[in-house]
Design a protein around this ligand. Structure first.
Ligand SMILES: C[S@@+](CC[C@H](N)C(=O)[O-])C[C@H]1O[C@@H](n2cnc3c(N)ncnc32)[C@H](O)[C@@H]1O
Length: 185
């Protein structure tokens, strides 16, 4: 599994292996996100896939907030839009097509959420730098990585990248099947 640490992008058709109706039993979006998101926040869900977490982020930020949902794959964003419409939160979600080498969001954000995606990013240093620069002072970055693809050593390398950039490590929330960190800028 180690080779999946880079250059592997989860294809849209593979997403349904874990993003399916049973997923809530393992990853409850409200439980995972509620402690870190406030009403009125602008939040970036980077590598949002088909928006499993973006929908809950939209509910948490409410009508005065905004969710920027970014992904590399147009098929993921198409799925996200469909789900957002069905959930009635499409007005609060701004889909954003990322480039493989650049997220490309210029607006400052209060919180960034990166769930099971950083291990797919090729140039992680540039990626983390971009995250750092778009976060507002005191902004929160929550990174969650899958245990199956990311060893402790690889996860620690990501933490080191964060420290180099000036992120402050706050905690490691317990999330099933995952390694996680909360950084503050
Ligand atoms: C394993 S999926 C997780 C999707 C979503 N976070 C979830 O938990 O349902 C990883 C996602 O990250 C996206 N991705 C990978 N590298 C990316 C990058 N450099 N910028 C933006 N999205 C990226 C992929 O297209 C894919 O949708």
């Amino acid at each position: 599994m180690e080779q999946l640490e880079s250059n592997f992008t989860c294809p849209w058709w593979l997403l349904f292996t874990f993003d399916n109706p049973m997923r809530k039993l393992v990853h409850n979006p409200n439980k995972i996100l509620r402690p870190y998101v406030s009403t009125g926040n602008t939040v970036l869900d980077v590598g949002c896939g088909m928006g499993y977490f973006s929908l809950e982020l939209a509910r948490l930020v409410g009508p005065k907030g905004k969710v920027i949902a970014g992904d590399l794959q147009p098929q993921m964003l198409a799925g996200l839009k469909k789900r957002a419409r069905a959930a009635g939160v499409q007005e609060l979600i701004q889909p954003h097509l990322c480039l493989p080498t650049k997220i490309g969001v210029t607006e400052p954000v209060d919180m960034i959420f990166a769930f099971w995606m950083v291990h797919e990013v090729t140039n992680r240093k540039a990626f983390m730098q971009e995250l750092f620069s778009m976060l507002k002072p005191d902004g929160i970055l929550l990174i969650v990585e899958p245990i199956i693809h990311v060893t402790r050593k690889n996860f620690e390398a990501k933490l080191d990248l964060g420290f180099e950039l000036g992120f402050i490590e706050v905690s490691h929330p317990q999330i099933a099947l995952s390694r996680s960190v909360i950084f503050i800028k």
